[in-house]
Design a protein around this ligand. Structure first.
Ligand code: GA4
Length: 329
């Protein structure tokens, strides 16, 4: 990615550099090896839609191997990277996010997780990339399923794999993204931050994010304030997606988040977006509906319908708004 002059970066968005993390706030931490993991997960999903996971079972080796393959990929000349195919939506993308005018200080690879239909990444050693990627995807999906099983247990819903089976399904429409945010030295000097990836919620069920030790990720709290998430290269950060908000009838909250560019260090993040099969009906889980007495907050839709409508939206749009039921007065 080529560094641009201040003038040339004016198409990007900025935010004022005045956000302080309230001292009362700490990101919930879930230790997957501890018996209280499920209750902390449920509480964190209700309050923030976001938490950090330690003792997650994904080996540091799988993580660093993929990270190093990804860094090799992004260090190639743009013309080489573009041989992977321009993101449509899958492939290599540079600055443009989606197809509706969003831009960010980011380049990325967006890939399907299903091996047979994936885009072959044009890298120095494509076979190694593929192999390292498969190991990582398998380990991260297993961690995601463990977390979803704990959610189901914490919510006291049966069977316990009601959510994880959607990610395990051969037809699961999960996607994987590697974002590279180059350092942008001329930013951050005049009280403004350049946006790397604009505010949005994730449409899927759950997002499993791992990044290097560069700051930039922020989440939005219910009162609309933005909180900086201290980076932690050995942990995973988990986001509740829109689909899980619907499946819990609004009990879990899909978290709005964004990434600010860093003036000094580049940031590399890898995100597994766990999604259901396209034909899956996204609706509140019956066992959460108080024996049929609670009304659904949402109209019925399939993941295909939601995804289609999401891909036609702008990043910051409230995508679920379109599917909300108007409460009868
Ligand atoms: C946000 C979450 C994932 O990164 C993603 C994004 C997708 C894309 O980059 O193509 C979208 C965005 C994301 C939601 C709204 C639409 C579609 C860009 C965009 C403007 C891969 C996804 O599934 O939805």
């Amino acid at each position: 990615m080529v560094l641009l002059s201040k003038q040339a970066t004016e198409q990007y968005s900025y935010v004022k550099n005045c956000m302080a993390t309230p001292c009362s706030f700490t990101i919930p931490v879930v230790d997957l090896s501890k018996p209280d993991a499920k209750s902390i997960i449920v509480k964190a999903c209700e309050e923030f839609g976001f938490f950090k996971v330690i003792n997650h079972g994904v080996s540091m080796e799988a993580i660093s191997q993929l990270e190093s393959e990804a860094l090799n990929f992004f260090s190639m000349p743009v013309t080489e990277k573009e041989k992977t195919g321009l993101a449509n939506p899958f492939g290599y993308g540079n600055k443009r996010i989606g197809h509706n005018g969003d831009v960010g200080w980011v380049e990325y690879l967006l890939l399907k997780t299903n091996q047979e239909v994936n885009v072959p990444v044009h890298s120095q050693n494509p076979e190694k990339f593929r192999c390292v990627l498969d190991d990582y995807l398998c380990a991260v999906r297993n961690m995601g399923c463990e977390i979803l099983d704990l959610m189901a247990e914490g919510l006291k819903i049966q069977p316990k794999n009601v959510l994880s089976k959607l990610l395990m399904d051969k037809q699961s429409d999960s996607v994987f993204r590697v974002n590279h945010y180059p350092a942008c030295p001329e930013m951050g000097l005049d009280g403004e931050n350049l946006i790397g990836f604009g505010e949005h919620t994730d449409p899927q069920i759950i997002s499993l994010l791992r990044s290097n030790n560069t700051s930039g990720l922020q989440i939005s709290l219910r009162d609309g304030s933005w909180i900086s998430v201290p980076p932690d290269y050995s942990s995973f950060f988990i986001n509740v997606g829109d689909s899980l908000q619907v499946m819990t009838n609004g009990r879990f909250r899909s978290v709005k988040h964004r990434v600010l560019a860093n003036g000094f260090q580049s940031r590399l993040s890898m995100i597994y977006f766990g999604g259901p099969p396209l034909s899956e009906k996204i609706a509140p889980l019956p066992s959460l509906m108080k024996g049929g007495k609670e009304e659904s907050l949402y109209k019925e839709f399939t993941w295909f319908e939601y995804k289609n409508s999401s891909y036609g939206s702008r990043l910051a749009d409230n995508r679920l708004g379109h599917f909300e039921r108007i409460a009868a007065s």
